[in-house]
Design a binder for this molecule. Structure first.
Ligand SMILES: Cc1cc2nc3c(=O)[nH]c(=O)nc-3n(C[C@H](O)[C@H](O)[C@H](O)COP(=O)(O)O)c2cc1C
Length: 268
């Protein structure tokens, strides 16, 4: 549909679910400017009208994608196809600076919505008395030794948006939690709920952590991840402070992740 304003013509393009169901993009034909509404946006308060530092805008746009757009990966792919035929010289989103090099953000989106995952393990954890922390430390070391990138987040202090960003690409998520009042620590449950809502393209998931006498921490956390199309790998749960057997099990989990990543051909 088009609307003539005299010397300017607006072309409306239905681009649903980025991120509202009825999102409309507008293409100003004479000037080749695309106004994509929330699509391609970034949460960046800046006095620059145009993107000046691409690295800064990349981070802000990826955060915006991660926190808001990621669950709509399918519709975004279709919307990218829809705008392919347009000759775009500038993209002016509702949030953040104007892209005068549109391929910068279009290529970033193509990468984020692709089915490719990276050789990365996202490791959000919380620990009250250091047992889970010790396990996380050992496990992260084993992963790094195997050439796997680890994105570790201490949930008591982390910027949860950074956790969301790391979920855009990672092949694997492993949650670390103690058992608290028969379930997961609330901070770990929060991370699981967030990951589940964002529906990242993650392929493997597991849980590590500690308990004192019993509970359903693992069942609760894996239950909270039900939206993810992941293979669940054998969790590692220590009674109290981790011992030799627990460290051995953590190394085995790292080996399993390495094997999974090798199958995906994302690590040698
Ligand atoms: C407030 C609180 C509640 C707990 N509830 C449970 C529980 O329901 N079941 C259990 O097995 N352990 C429970 N524990 C024990 C912890 O899970 C155990 O000490 C664990 O090793 C702590 O791991 P962390 O050092 O990583 O925090 C509880 C501990 C605290 C402080």
């Amino acid at each position: 549909q088009t609307l003539s304003l005299g010397d300017k013509t607006l072309q409306f393009i239905y681009i649903p679910w980025v991120h509202w169901p009825e999102t409309l993009g507008t293409y100003l034909q004479e000037d080749k400017i695309f106004f994509p509404c929330d699509f391609f946006g970034s949460h960046l308060a800046t006095s620059s009208l145009f993107v000046d530092e691409e690295a800064v805008v990349y981070e802000a746009a990826k955060r915006y994608y991660a926190e808001i757009m990621m669950p709509f990966r399918g519709p975004i792919k279709k919307n990218l196809e829809k705008i392919k035929a347009l000759e775009i010289e500038m993209i002016a989103p509702s949030h953040g600076p104007v892209y005068d090099r549109p391929e910068f953000i279009i290529n970033a989106y193509k990468d984020w919505v692709s089915d490719r995952v990276k050789n990365e393990v996202v490791l959000p954890y919380v620990s009250m008395h250091d047992s889970t922390r010790k396990m996380v430390e050992h496990f992260a070391g084993a992963l790094i030794e195997r050439g796997i990138t680890v994105r570790q987040f201490k949930l008591s202090t982390t910027d949860i948006g950074k956790l969301a960003i790391s979920l855009v690409d990672a092949a694997t998520i492993v949650l670390g939690s103690p058992t608290v009042l028969t379930g997961a620590h609330p901070a770990a449950a929060y991370a699981a709920i967030l990951a589940n809502a964002l529906r990242p393209k993650t392929k493997f998931a597991s849980v590590i952590g500690s308990y004192g006498w019993g509970g359903r921490m693992v069942e609760q956390l894996t239950g909270l991840l039900s939206n993810l199309k992941v293979e669940l790998l054998e969790p590692v749960i220590a009674k109290g402070y981790p011992k030799d057997d627990d460290f051995t099990a953590l190394v085995k989990l790292a080996d399993q992740i390495l094997a999974g990543h090798r199958e995906l051909k994302i690590v040698n």
